[in-house]
Design a binder for this molecule. Structure first.
Ligand code: MF3
Ligand code: CO
Length: 284
């Protein structure tokens, strides 16, 4: 479907002549480059930034309220109300038929857990809360893990290593590097710690749409994949499993992604802006 551009046209003036030349050189050499439309204009960056500020405030609000005994439906209500109170819209709500404002994924749920009145957080749970915000048409996205009450060391380690995977991935996401560099760095760290990287879900461009090119895989080979260019905004959101990387979708709701072996999974997600000299983290 053709979408109207928000915030002006993508003109070469977005880049300095020097950067434009460099891109054309790489293009001629046959490097895979992202589509033009995912390179943000300064105006778009400003809009995405504002959306991201609300998304981060929202996760802070979840962090202040999440506790043993809370139902996942209560977390959903909190997310809906905070977002609306800030003049924004929860991006998940009605997204491709998704029924709630947030994804809450407990233990062996990898992602896309649907909040429910019948589901309560218990001591020992590791929980991912994934929130996404639309403000004035601009999208932001992030998730964090929460450990409820007393969590066994194995699970704690999974949560911590997954966070490190995200941080290592962010370091690798440099202008003129390749997306395969990001995936390879994450995969190496996860596997070194005896964990596995989920293959079937990935990070993504985000900003003007909820999910845009490119796909950001959390495994791969250095020096391969799409080139990372200044002006891109995308997520890195590794899902790391304690056991095997195989997952399946719950046929009852068509959304919940679970580990095949029933062992726990963890995920952390941040959204980046690639700059001319490095990157800037937009969501926390
Ligand atoms: N927030 C998820 C992501 O990181 C997407 C959730 S789609 C939904 O990309 F419909 F389940 F909300
Ligand atoms: Co995302």
């Amino acid at each position: 479907m053709k979408k109207l551009m928000k915030g002006g046209r993508f003109t070469p003036e977005c880049y300095s002549a020097e950067i434009e030349d460099k891109i054309q050189r790489y293009r001629k050499l046959g490097y895979k480059l992202p589509p033009r439309r995912v390179i943000r204009t300064p105006e778009q960056i400003e809009g995405i930034r504002k959306s991201a500020v609300i998304n981060t405030g929202l996760l802070d609000c979840v962090a202040a309220n999440i506790r043993e005994g809370i139902s996942t439906a209560e977390i959903d209500k909190l997310v809906y109300e905070y977002t609306m109170d800030h003049g924004a819209i929860p991006a998940p709500l009605n997204y491709e038929g998704y029924p709630k404002s947030v994804c809450v994924s407990i233990n062996e749920v990898v992602c896309h857990g649907i909040p429910s009145e019948k589901e309560f957080l218990r001591s020992g749970d590791i929980v991912n809360v994934d929130v996404s915000t639309i403000l004035d048409g601009y999208f932001s996205d992030a998730s964090r893990m929460f450990m409820i009450g007393e969590v066994i060391p194995d699970r704690k380690k999974l949560v911590e290593v997954t966070k490190e995977c995200l941080e290592i991935g962010i370091k690798a996401a440099q202008p003129w590097a390749r997306l395969g560099d990001v995936g390879a760095a994450i995969q190496e760290h996860a596997e070194k710690n005896g964990f596995s990287v989920v293959r079937d879900l990935c990070g993504h461009g985000v900003g003007i749409e909820f999910h845009e090119p490119p796909n950001v895989e959390h495994f791969g080979r250095k020096g391969t994949g799409t080139m990372i260019l200044p002006g891109m905004t995308f997520t890195i959101e590794p899902m790391i499993n304690m056991g095997s990387y195989d997952v399946f979708i719950d046929s009852k709701d068509g959304w919940t992604v679970l580990t095949e072996d029933g062992l726990p999974s963890a995920q952390w997600e941040k959204m980046l802006l690639i700059t001319e000299t490095g990157n800037e983290i937009l969501t926390y």
